[in-house]
Design a protein. Structure first.
Length: 55
């Protein structure tokens, strides 16, 4: 099975316990903050360092 998953979608899974049903604008803001690093290494940078690429 070959599944294509963006880094943004993967990070959004971490918001599922805090949302009821669909993610809210606040949830997507948390996702964006985590992807940008928010003052620390971003998820995107970690994925790129691992040689996995990012979309």
């Amino acid at each position: 099975m070959n599944i294509r998953l963006t880094t943004r979608a993967l990070v959004s899974f971490g918001r599922i316990p805090y949302s009821i049903g669909r993610l809210t604008k606040k949830d997507w803001a948390f996702v964006a903050q985590n992807l940008s690093g928010g003052g620390r290494q971003s998820v995107a940078e970690m994925v790129n360092e691992a040689g996995m690429g990012i979309k």
